[in-house]
Design a protein around this ligand. Structure first.
Ligand SMILES: [Zn+2]
Length: 187
């Protein structure tokens, strides 16, 4: 046997994992600034000596999958495989009430708390970050809670980026699901 060289759908059976392999091959990567999300000039790979963003003069240019590329309006973090923060976008600075210069090299757990307790069957936030920082595969989602906000959970999209290898964590700015509804007064 030599793997699944000719994948065939059996009626009624799910096409297990085949989409993943195809997706990984097709994914195109693009450069962006790890602070302001500006694209690299001309969309071309920056030279190794010109990795600092020309738009904000502050962030490091990084590469990620096109389908995970953040915009300037996105709150996102760059987290390395040791779960340490290596970049914070402007929007994330506001969302999490912390400056990038303070956050860098601090554990991401100081800013984002995993909200996985009720999310059975989903990838945990820490697992997703470590996997992405290892350069694995496509964007995945996990739920987190900002350290400074209780009662909400944010959807985080986690994808590989670099170099050096790290995880790009893009936060959905609109908290969708309350962890639980706690009425302030009950009859
Ligand atoms: Zn920038």
């Amino acid at each position: 046997m030599n793997g699944f060289r000719t994948p065939r759908r059996v009626a009624g059976a799910p096409a297990l994992r085949l989409v993943h392999a195809a997706d990984a091959v097709q994914a195109e990567w693009s450069w962006f600034c790890g602070h302001c999300a500006a694209p690299a000039p001309g969309g071309r790979p920056p030279s190794p000596a010109a990795r600092v963003c020309a738009s904000c003069g502050f962030g490091l240019l990084l590469e990620t999958r096109g389908d995970a590329l953040p915009s300037e309006r996105d709150a996102f973090l760059v987290v390395d495989g040791a779960m340490l923060i290596q970049g914070v976008s402007r929007q994330a600075e506001q969302l999490l009430a912390v400056g990038e210069e303070v956050a860098v090299n601090r554990p991401v757990s100081e800013l984002l708390v995993a909200a996985d307790a009720e999310a059975h069957g989903r990838t945990s936030f820490a697992e997703a970050v470590v996997e992405a920082a290892g350069g694995h595969g496509e964007a995945v989602h996990a739920f987190v809670r900002p350290w400074n906000t209780f009662g909400v959970r944010l959807r985080a999209r986690i994808a590989p980026c670099g170099p050096p290898r790290a995880a790009l964590v893009v936060l959905d700015p609109s908290p969708t699901q309350p962890l639980r509804a706690v009425p302030h007064s009950t009859a």
